[in-house]
Design a protein. Structure first.
Length: 156
């Protein structure tokens, strides 16, 4: 309800009743640097929003090494796709610095989602935008030489 980054998130247009539902069992969890927020292969516990700090999303490959998939900043959701798919986490999240995560239990989030057509439409638009960005990044990377790929990765 008093979140400073709510204006940046999908929750911007929710009414007071829906915000109260989300706020009722919400909790803030502080993670130290290099602390694991969630692990690949575990079930999501709810909607996770990064309130402060920086987080890396990593995938473990066959030989156990980590590949950084993306970096998250305040206002970003963590494990959002896995929560929406109702599946286990396809990656792990690790705090790069002291970070605060807002945790909204899955059932509360789903109840609000069911009651808000505007939130459902925003989520659909968000997922479609992410799909388009991902396709554009993939196409750009496959059509460039190694130095240009590295430059793109650094800029991203």
């Amino acid at each position: 309800m008093n979140c400073l980054i709510r204006k940046l998130s999908l929750f911007e247009g929710l009414d007071l009743e829906q915000l109260h539902m989300l706020n009722s069992l919400r909790s803030d969890v502080l993670f130290g640097s290099d602390e694991v927020i969630y692990r690949q292969g575990l079930k999501p516990i709810g909607l996770l929003c990064l309130s402060s700090g920086k987080v890396k999303i990593v995938k473990n490959n066959i030989n156990g090494s980590e590949l950084i998939v993306t970096l998250k900043r305040p206002g970003d959701f963590l494990g959002f796709y896995d929560l929406m798919r109702e599946d286990v986490h396809a990656s792990s999240a690790i705090a790069l610095e002291e970070s605060t995560i807002c945790v909204i239990p899955e059932q509360i989030f789903r109840d609000v989602l069911r009651s808000s057509l505007s939130l459902s439409l925003k989520i659909n638009k968000f997922l479609a935008d992410e799909l388009i960005k991902s396709g554009q990044r993939t196409a750009a990377l496959t059509q460039k030489y190694m130095r240009a790929r590295l430059a793109d990765a650094l800029l991203y």
